[in-house]
Write a protein that binds this ligand. Sequence first.
Ligand SMILES: C[S@@+](CC[C@H](N)C(=O)[O-])C[C@H]1O[C@@H](n2cnc3c(N)ncnc32)[C@H](O)[C@@H]1O
Length: 214
Amino acid sequence: MKNKINILGLGPGNKEYFLPITQNFIKNSEILIGGKRNIESLGELGEGKQIKYIDKHLEKLVSYIKQNKNKKISLIVSGDPGFYSMVPFMKRYFLVEELNIIPGISSMQYMFSKIGYSYENSDIKSVHGRECDYITPLKLGVKVGLLTDNVNTPQIVAKNLIDNGIRGMIFVGENLSYENEKIISMNLEEMVNIERTFKINVVIVIPSEVKGGN
Ligand SMILES: C[S@@+](CC[C@H](N)C(=O)[O-])C[C@H]1O[C@@H](n2cnc3c(N)ncnc32)[C@H](O)[C@@H]1O
């Protein structure tokens, strides 16, 4: 393959967090591939490009890329491509040497900064379209960061933790980096009773007796 396929991490979403190198690769691309939110957040950077939106049917994406292998293609992803993103999928179909992966600021990294905690000594996981054990680290006093979705909501996470005897603070960051960003914090007990639906969000749980520093 003549051109490498760029996999570009946009950061949390606001254009001010797009790295200059990422902007240059976008400008030099002929085809931009990505989810609707990510392509829309490109604004004028995306103008005049051939756009291919992706959905859950990722296999179609592979044949599309192979058919257009002589063009300059960038796959646009949110946050960091190496964090619960497209890298493992793309490596199933392409050699690492065929990919040019440019990191971005992950929503999780952004959220830790916003609430003023470090993320070393924390356990960072995802319940976005999957299940995982976030109870064991919290029982051991380890901070936990979680990517969530509409099924594993902050309320569901909080209830699960309360049912397992965990106490502490939960932070929820919605629409991070956008104008309507909202970050809230409360006790796990309070979160269980919150009735509203959260928009796209990241959760961080700080157990009452945190180990490994703040
Ligand atoms: C498929 S994962 C992709 C994570 C991405 N690679 C990253 O590094 O942030 C999607 C999840 O990331 C989180 N997320 C991504 N962008 C976000 C934002 N701007 N605000 C809040 N959460 C965000 C949400 O938990 C969302 O369900």
